[in-house]
Ligand binder design. Sequence first.
Ligand SMILES: [Zn+2]
Length: 354
Amino acid sequence: MTHLPAGVLSGTDYHYLIKRAKEEGYALPAVNVTGTNSVNAVLETAAKNNADVIIQLSAGGAQFYGGKGHPDSFNTRVLGAISAAQHVHLLAEHYGVCVVLHTDHANKDLIPWVEALIDYSEDLFRDQGIPFFTSHMLDLSEEPIDFNLEESARLLKRLSAIDMSLEIELGITGGEEDGVGSEDNLNNPSLYTQSEDCLRAYEALSPLGHFSLAASFGNVHGVYKPGNVQLRPEILKAAQELVQQRCKTDPKPLDLVFHGGSGSSKEHIKEAISHGVFKMNIDTDLQFAFARAIADTLEQNPKAFKYQVDPETGTPYKKIYDPRSFLRDGEKGIVERLTESFNVLGSAGKSLAF
Ligand SMILES: [Zn+2]
């Protein structure tokens, strides 16, 4: 096998994609999406760069996708995520790239959300042999590690039965991502995951199915004043070596995920990838790129966002306030910034889709 079918991946196809990325030393950007604008911009960028990509939704993103105004926030979060998954399943193949479809941070309170999504995937798997998502994330890093690993094991058994994977988190990513975590933790020693905890996770989870691991090496969600946290990618190397040695595995047995990478230097990113990071989450920088591009249009055409027809010249402004115009500018902002990420992560030109 050297290539994969274009579209949403699951099971062994997903494992193969990870293996190739780690062997060839590149990582895929994992982009948080909130609607068709961001989804389509991500697919467009992946296709233009001949790259595979990871599309993910936070619980908040899924709720927005389902409609912020609906009073039943729980079911809107569930249906929004399924709606986004259906959209991506329909269009990924059309764009000709491989897509990993994933949900982001789910803390203890959000376990019922993840389980409701697994219910949907179990039904789809029964009917069509595929799940809605490639993997889900369970972030119980703020809970005791015993609870983290027990719950992760419980869900991984369900996921593995339907060709799905689980992403877990050990140690904490600093800052706050869409309501999960907080900005008060920037001096916490848990910002650096212990190798022994990675070993425990590997021993507990790898017999049950495929999992990926967000291990903290000083990463922080969002963009803060530079210098308040120190990235130490060598922590990832130590974890890989400990697991390899104790469990007698091939090199780099852990499939690692880089959270909170906004504003990281290229050197740190490349070093993290060399230690087995295959997925780098990108949210904040793309939010800014989208907003910045729309703000440019607003600043250049202030009257078009105040009047339908210019009060002095009589010029109609419909072409400028048509949402397809300024939202497209936002999409172009995403395309430009995400193209940079594909290049920094080394995944441009590496699509495995045939
Ligand atoms: Zn994160």
